[in-house]
Design a protein around this ligand. Structure first.
Ligand code: GLN
Length: 217
């Protein structure tokens, strides 16, 4: 069987672990650098990318993870995890020293954080997901992908009924049109979604990731 890690410093770790377990994988909660060794794949959960950035640096996980991803480790990132897999962040948060948040990188794309508005603008729509089909998708202060590179395959975009941003709480005034935006991508063995399949009992996205690890997708 496959051994799949879930980065377990912050975020909805348990939900991802439960789906991977149900899919037959041996699940490892990754909190220390040595727990990366021997993984067939890794899931980076949803949560808060600035906190994940800070904690993975404190736990000395950030550099080993960046190296493992660059070295070909298959990774699936959901929401904050998608941000962590992006080579570039359009609107990075800054710490007290003014330094921008960092990512592990791996996918040649720019992500825009909180692109669909704040918490109360969380929404659910049905996506048409390449090779998976219709997927109910929950978005919570979700990012979107912009400027994806040539090697990046777009797997899903928001439908035409994606909610417009709340005028006072828009995540970013530059994001005017929330329809047709890129919310799922694949680049080699890296998969990223803006939404949270683990919150709707959806297993097909994790199954796709497992097929990618096996070389069957
Ligand atoms: N807005 C969060 C971030 O920037 C992501 C939200 C989520 O993972 N649900 O990290």
């Amino acid at each position: 069987g496959l051994t799949i890690g879930v980065l377990a410093v912050q975020g909805d770790v348990r939900e991802h672990a439960a789906i991977l377990d149900a899919s037959g994988a041996d699940v490892v909660l990754v909190r220390r650098p040595r727990e990366i060794d021997g993984l067939d794949g890794l899931v980076i959960p949803g949560g808060e990318s600035t906190t994940m950035d800070r904690l993975t640096r404190v736990f000395e996980l950030a550099d080993p993870l960046r190296d493992a991803i660059a070295g070909g480790l298959p990774v699936y990132g959901s929401c904050a995890g998608m941000i962590m897999l992006a080579d570039r962040v359009a609107d990075p948060a800054r710490d007290r020293q003014g330094d921008p948040q960092r990512t592990f990188g791996g996918i040649d794309m720019t992500v825009r954080r909180n692109a669909f508005g704040r918490q109360r603008e969380s929404f659910e729509v049905t996506l048409d997901f390449t090779d998976v089909g219709h997927v109910p998708a929950v978005f919570i202060r979700a990012p979107l992908a912009e400027d994806v590179g040539d090697g990046v395959e777009v797997l899903a975009r928001t439908p035409s009924n994606a909610p417009a941003q709340h005028p006072e709480e828009a995540g970013d005034p530059e994001v005017k049109d929330t329809a047709g935006r890129i919310v799922a991508v694949r680049s080699g063995k890296l998969l990223a979604t803006s939404f949270h399949p683990e919150m709707t009992g959806e297993r097909r996205i994790h199954d796709l990731f497992i097929r990618m690890i096996r070389g069957d997708a």
